[in-house]
Design a protein around this ligand. Structure first.
Ligand code: HEM
Length: 200
């Protein structure tokens, strides 16, 4: 077996599962509200119960999102010319024998996904709390509804793409969410700048 390198700590793995599960439960109950889906409402024990569950899972999501944002901040918000080249070759996803530029801990696509989650995850969280805590303020509610729903649509597009890319599209990536480690060769191929930093 090839040598393994740690890409995520036990805490990071735990936090990512909390983020993923809370996000899925929020999306499901939010979808139930938006389209008044009887099956989902019943699954959550009725409309009132679903609202309570949605609100309190919102707190779990907010904490986990906050930790996630700080966790990847340094790696996700540093761009250089390799990122421009990555965009120019579309990450190699469109060619048979791609020449992908060397990447750090996160590739450029992952950085963009992080930024989308930073912006729309924060927006959906802040507006969610406004909807919960200031139901009397009509202006707040109007704007919060709009931003909450737009963020919901963006997240509902971005997250399934993220799950697809982190599982079937890139074999070997999902093990980061289970073990936190990747084979040295896998990392050298996909994140060569990062592997040089951690194992010079
Ligand atoms: C079952 C669902 C999910 C799976 C299987 C999954 C898988 C993964 C994996 C394997 C990584 C590490 C990639 C790497 O280090 O190279 C990762 C990173 C990340 N995940 Fe998830 N994830 C899921 C849900 C979510 C959700 C719901 C969010 C946000 C609301 C999210 C946000 C992120 C972010 C911001 C990163 C860092 C950037 C990136 O690698 O794209 N993930 N995810």
């Amino acid at each position: 077996m090839s040598e393994m390198v740690r890409k995520a700590s036990i805490f990071e793995i735990f936090n990512h599962w909390v983020l993923a599960i809370s996000c899925i439960l929020l999306a499901l109950s939010g979808y139930g509200f938006l389209f008044k889906i009887e099956l989902i409402i019943n699954l959550f024990g009725g409309a009132n119960m679903m609202k309570e569950i949605h609100n309190y899972i919102g707190i779990v999501f907010a904490i986990s999102l906050f930790l996630s944002i700080f966790n990847w901040l340094k790696d996700a918000l540093s761009f250089d010319k390799d990122d421009i080249n990555w965009i120019a070759c579309a990450g190699g996803y469109l060619s048979k024998n791609p020449k992908v530029p060397p990447m750090g801990k996160l590739n450029t696509g992952q950085k963009f996904f992080y930024i989308a989650i930073l912006v729309f995850g924060t927006a959906i969280t802040v507006t969610g709390f406004i909807l919960w805590l200031f139901p009397e303020n009509k202006t707040y509610i109007l704007w919060s509804h709009l931003i909450h729903n737009i963020s919901f649509v963006v997240i509902m597009i971005a997250v399934p793409v993220h799950i697809y890319l982190a599982t079937v599209a890139n074999p070997g990536t999902f093990r980061i969410m289970v073990y936190g480690t990747v084979p040295y060769k896998w990392a050298e191929k996909r994140h060569s700048k990062w592997i040089r930093e951690v194992q010079p």
